[in-house]
Write a protein of this length. Structure first.
Length: 188
């Protein structure tokens, strides 16, 4: 990278991190692009050089999530059985969601956000080898395919996250996810 591309990368990162801080402190809906520009000490025009809207910052979160899940897999998912590894993978997903600004999560989890169903996203496809291994080893005996099991788990956890958002994060989502995943994975 040359100095110009490094500067551009750093500016984009500054806008992103400033936005996340503002979303955490004020809530997504209460932050304007002008607020972001002022806090990042840039012009509004420069913001638009990197992002089309605040929602573009949400899209960046999906890219970051895929990277984080890639690193999580590289470090190895804990568990004595493949079912335990699948459960721990899904709990990592829940913890990842819970670690993000709550208002930000509320904005992400809406029916207009089609990034959740984008084919080939690493966050979802990285789970497939664990499901495949569980089927091969006989831990999972359901006639469902790998894709169906993956979708089943993600649909359930997204539903739980949506429910958690409806209740303004008023319950321990990790504990509830652990309980539900035990039941779901046992049924496979």
């Amino acid at each position: 990278m040359n100095s110009r591309s490094i500067k551009a990368h750093n500016t984009k990162e500054k806008i992103y991190s400033t936005s996340i801080k503002l979303f955490r402190s004020k809530g997504f809906d209460n932050v304007t692009i002008q607020d972001i520009a002022k806090a990042a000490n840039i012009s509004v025009g420069l913001f638009y050089n990197y992002y089309k809207s605040k929602n573009d910052i949400l899209n960046q979160q999906f890219v970051i999530a895929d990277e984080i899940f890639g690193n999580f897999i590289k470090n190895g998912v804990q568990g004595d059985t493949m079912k335990e590894k699948i459960k721990n993978y899904m709990l990592f997903y829940i913890d990842f969601v819970e670690d993000n600004p709550y208002d930000f999560t509320k904005v992400l989890y809406n029916n207009n956000n089609t990034l959740f169903i984008k084919e080939g996203r690493a966050m979802q496809t990285l789970l497939d080898p664990y499901i495949e291994e569980a089927i091969k080893s006989g831990e999972i005996t359901t006639p469902m395919s790998v894709d169906e099991i993956n979708e089943y788990l993600y649909q359930a956890m997204r539903g739980l996250i949506f429910h958690w958002c409806l209740y303004d994060g008023s319950f321990n989502i990790h504990q509830r996810a652990e309980k539900y995943l035990d039941l779901m994975i046992k049924s496979l």
